[in-house]
Design a protein around this ligand. Sequence first.
Ligand code: IMP
Ligand code: MG
Length: 182
Amino acid sequence: MSKPKILGKILYDYDDIQKRAKELAAQIDKDYEGEDLILLCTLKGSVLWFADILKYMEHDCRIDFISASSYGSATSTSGVVKINFDPNINMYNAHVLVIEDIVDSGITLKYVMDKLAERGPKSVKVCTMLNKEARRTADFHADYVGFEIDDLFIIGYGLDYDQRLRGLPYISYLEEDDVESL
Ligand code: IMP
Ligand code: MG
């Protein structure tokens, strides 16, 4: 099975994403200058965005990966969060910047951030590629945001529909007729 060339309505193409990742990487470099920084990639959705931020940063940071999921229907989250993979990197006295794909209700990330804070870091902040502010139910604020988006179902650039389409080199959204064609 090969990737569809274009699927859904494109919101941001590859060049838009690179441009924004460069801007945020420069901002992050400035904010953490001279500090011990860990970039923590949330699996699986953030891998492409994480790689962009990492490659455009001048700062020589440490990296690691974490995986958490919350259970519910395919397109919305329930509130029960499970950590599937927990990194054993030493965070004590380091700044941790979580690199996230999308913040929707904020339930998953709020849980992850609270857990990370127990490990003695100097700070824990978040850089998310996409922010669906209108859907927020948890008390959670994103520190760095790639793009603010409306309440749409997003695919591509790491984001999946039923574990597929993560490799699309652009960010698009699906409508019902698109889903039927899958
Ligand atoms: P939250 O806990 O509601 O903020 O949802 C967190 C996770 O749900 C994200 O990290 C994604 O994995 C997934 N998610 C939320 N919105 C979308 C979307 O529009 N497309 C694909 N996955 C999404
Ligand atoms: Mg995620």
